[in-house]
Design a protein around this ligand. Structure first.
Ligand code: NG6
Ligand code: CA
Length: 515
């Protein structure tokens, strides 16, 4: 239905028809797009950002081919809202029900919503998502029949192909879902899922710790799958269970074969890795290789996945006209709920780089994530940009690349920023609003950052992260104080007032001018 309502208006159509566009222009208007979207990998977790404690050569290779951003952000400090904002171009705090989703959440992005994938599909692209989904499936949360097609799902919001984990590695159901249907199910052993209560007789991490090969440090004590207790309860579906140490390989294979299948048509692939989210169970090739325990090993595994994608593009001769984007859904966390030695073996490694906070936090490490764009035909190699940018802008920026006008109301918070993303302009956004795990908002113009007072603890002891919540306003000068140590709110009440007003305006849907 949405196609009839909206439709798209290809601005370049007339000139293309008149054969006025050169072959080069046509190619540049329709590059292949591959997102490599990591989970919980922080600014300091990749060696391209200057980190010496880990070596991620394939990410370095990608950075050397393109542009690396030092001030790019996910829209939120946790997964579901970041992914929601990225795919819809709407700040997640505008929409209820976009917090960290349970594994049996209903589809959060409904078919009426025009997504980035819809846009690519309408522009003639083959569209696919492989990896961690975490945006819900099916009509009613908690009421899905996991043995039947899960509708609405990814295929209803623009992705022609999907091979996904419904939520996260630490949430049931621990099965792969292909084109909105759980794969490898045995009809004699149906899969049941509950986030309310356990199924009688099924072991849990809480009651049966003797069955565990990896123990939780906090939470994660419900159903046991492959010797790891998870969030939520599940029963049955044994033939469909994923093997945790093979997730990266399986997902990477699926991403590679999607590229191979569509090498002759423009394609858009959203490849969302499970690395380095908990539970961290690296493949045999990486186990023990980083010296930092499973978290570091999963960073190496992520780097391997990146290499596989780059090799595939080169092998198929697609490397020149494919825009490869690498980023992460939120900042890093060391202990996110399992005793996996991440804390003990961290050494001098700083997952968030110099930045304060981490995953869940309103401070910079919560959302200032690694970000690289590489597109040989268009972007000069080896550039670094300090522009203030956000993943939420990819949607409108891709519309710029495709030269299409977005339907009325689509991607309301997404700003077209092609010049900044391709390194042709130093300046990024005027304003960016960021969201932490408690839904407290901050606003920045890249120099000043104002954190609105809000509820919630200042510090999460379990994950050892400062969340940035405070009853008092906070104001930081990111240029002089990128680590957000000196709260200048008391000294600069006028500026606090202006920034607070600016934030209110954006929240109200009115967009402002520079200070
Ligand atoms: C938290 C989980 C954490 C992680 C996070 C979502 C507990 C105690 N902690 O609630 O382990 O799963 O949710 O992470 O359950 S995210 O990257 O997908 O947003
Ligand atoms: Ca995440």
């Amino acid at each position: 239905m949405k196609k009839e309502i909206y439709g798209m208006l290809p601005l370049a159509l007339t000139s293309c028809l008149a054969s006025q566009a050169t072959a080069q222009e046509k190619q540049e208007n329709h590059p292949n797009i591959v997102f490599i979207y990591a989970d919980d990998i922080g600014y300091g977790d990749l060696s391209c950002n200057g980190t010496k404690t880990i070596h991620t050569p394939n990410v370095e290779r990608l950075a050397a081919m393109g542009i690396r951003f030092t001030n790019a952000h996910s829209a939120a400090a946790t997964s579901t809202p970041s992914r929601y904002a990225m795919l819809t171009g709407e700040y997640a705090w505008r929409k209820a029900g976009t917090g960290i989703a349970d594994g049996d959440a209903a589809s959060i992005i409904r078919p009426e919503r025009y997504t980035m994938a819809d846009m690519f599909k309408d522009a003639g692209y083959r569209t696919g998502v492989v990896g961690k989904w975490h945006l819900g499936l099916g009509d009613k949360g908690g009421e899905q029949d996991w043995n039947k097609p899960l509708k609405p799902g990814t295929n209803d919001i623009g992705f022609e192909y999907s091979f996904i984990m419904a939520a996260t590695g630490d949430r049931v159901p621990c099965v792969f879902v292909e084109n909105d249907q759980v794969i490898n199910l045995d009809p004699n052993d149906p899969l049941q899922v509950s986030y309310k209560k356990n199924f009688p007789g099924e072991p849990t991490g809480k009651d049966n710790p003797e069955l565990l090969k990896m123990h939780p440090s906090h939470g994660h004590n419900q159903s046991i799958v492959n010797g790891i207790s998870r969030i939520g309860y599940m029963k049955g579906g044994k033939s469909a269970l994923w093997q945790d140490d093979q997730i990266a390989e399986t997902l990477t294979d699926k991403a590679v074969s999607f590229i191979e299948r569509h090498k002759d048509t423009p394609f858009f692939l959203y490849f969302a890795t499970q690395d380095a989210h908990v539970p961290r169970v690296p493949g045999a090739q990486f186990a023990g290789k980083s010296g930092m325990g499973p978290r570091g090993d999963c960073l190496l595994e992520f780097d391997w996945s990146v290499g596989e994608i780059l090799n595939t593009l080169e092998r198929l001769g697609l490397d020149k006209n494919t825009l490869v984007i690498l980023s992460s859904d939120n900042g890093p966390v060391v202990d996110d709920g399992y005793k996996d030695q991440a804390v003990e073996l961290l050494g001098d490694h700083k997952p968030g780089g110099i930045y304060r906070g981490g995953k869940y936090s309103a401070y910079e490490a919560g959302t200032r994530i690694p970000c690289i764009w590489s597109w040989k035909n268009v972007i000069k190699p080896g550039i670094v940009s300090n522009a203030l940018l956000c993943q939420i802008d990819w949607f409108a920026t891709f519309a710029e690349i495709l030269n299409v006008r977005l339907p009325e109301g689509a991607a309301p918070d997404s700003e077209p920023m092609l010049k900044a993303w391709t390194g042709k302009q130093k300046k990024g956004r005027e304003w960016l609003v960021l969201q932490n795990a408690q839904n407290n908002l901050s606003v920045t113009d890249g120099v000043w950052k104002y954190l609105r007072p809000g509820k919630g603890p200042e510090y999460n002891k379990q994950v050892n992260i400062e969340l940035g919540n405070s009853q008092e306003p906070q104001l930081y000068d990111l240029r002089k104080d990128p680590v957000e140590k000196n709260n200048l709110a008391g000294e600069k009440p006028e500026l606090v007032k202006k920034m607070a007003e600016q934030l209110d305006k954006i929240v109200d849907g009115r967009y402002g001018l520079p200070l």
